[in-house]
Design a protein around this ligand. Structure first.
Ligand code: SF4
Length: 303
């Protein structure tokens, strides 16, 4: 059986697990290619105009896969932690995709309510049922996939550079080099190392969230806020670039929260959508980088 895995949205978080899980069950995995202009154009064409760029890109990846596999994995994320919520676009993703794209194969769309082991094990039994009815085989594949997932290191923390910039925002903006116009390599070429929010300890993030009178109920917002504030206080980076999706409700709240807490710590928001021009983005990145270098020369370098 061939199972397609779209390289969009939370792919960077779950691909190691998904590949190991379905391969252990004997399926062949087909991963859509890195996002490119054709995938973006196909996504923009098939998705509704009002959707954010990552949703459109995801549609493009599904379109690329639909004739090449027997089933496509589209996990229905309802939540990733108890008493917290995820963007509603994820809950309705299956409906969006199946209404917008015709001729789809079977969709592996079992819901995920939490990333706790017992909940993920329930998901594995439902999703694995697409490949085999042997529950003990699914359980063994699940254990192996979790082992591989837990042993994989997340994120960038490049210590070999004299100055560092933290990238905060959705993983699908940070790790998709087409969406973010390869910002990591641009900054590296300018002499900056990258720190991503997912390298910040969970306890450090929770410590910042605990200080808030009203805690954000979106899981993503908590992570981004906690990581950004921790970075600004500890000097783990010299500045922060927030990669934001145009029209994203989560981003609009969390950016305000971060700015109200970090004071004059260097912070720039880059809004991304399918119309974002690379030349304008480069100019803003260069201006931000120059400002950080000047601050460093003037003695405001925090590390
Ligand atoms: S959180 Fe924002 S960027 Fe992500 S899917 Fe929802 S609206 Fe789009």
């Amino acid at each position: 059986m061939k199972i397609g895995v779209p390289q969009g949205l939370l792919y960077s978080k779950y691909h190691i697990f998904a590949k190991a899980f379905f391969e252990e069950l004997g399926a062949e995995i087909i991963i859509s290619p890195d996002t490119n202009k054709r995938i973006l154009d196909e996504g923009v064409h098939s998705c509704v105009d009002e959707a954010c760029l990552p949703m459109k890109v995801f549609h493009g990846h599904v379109s690329w896969l639909k004739d090449k596999c027997d089933a496509i994995l589209i996990p229905r994320f309802i939540g990733i932690a108890e008493k917290q919520y995820i963007c509603p676009m994820f809950c309705g993703l299956i409906e969006m995709v199946s209404n917008n794209i015709t001729g789809l194969p079977v969709l592996i769309d079992a819901p995920i309510y939490s990333l706790k082991n017992d909940k993920l094990s329930e998901w594995a039994q439902k999703a694995g049922g697409t490949v085999t009815r042997d529950k003990s085989r699914v359980e063994a594949a699940f254990s192996e996939a979790m082992r591989m997932y837990r042993s994989a290191a997340a994120g960038y923390n490049e210590s070999e550079y004299p100055l560092k910039i933290a990238l905060i925002g959705h993983v699908y903006n940070i790790y998709d080099r087409f969406i973010n116009m390869d910002i990591k390599n641009k900054l590296n070429r300018m002499g900056f190392g990258i720190v991503t929010f997912d390298t910040i300890d969970r306890q450090c993030i929770d410590a910042e969230i605990d200080k808030l009178f009203k805690k954000p109920f979106w899981s993503f917002a908590r992570e981004y806020y906690g990581a950004a504030v921790n970075i600004s206080k500890t000097g783990k980076a010299d500045g922060i670039i927030y990669l934001s999706s145009f029209s994203c409700g989560v981003d609009s709240v969390v950016i305000e929260l971060i700015q109200s807490e970090i004071g004059d710590f260097p912070f720039m928001v880059l809004k991304l959508d399918e119309h974002t021009g690379e030349a304008g983005t480069d100019t803003r990145i260069e201006a931000f980088a120059d400002m950080l270098k000047r601050r460093c020369r003037l003695g405001n370098h925090l590390s």
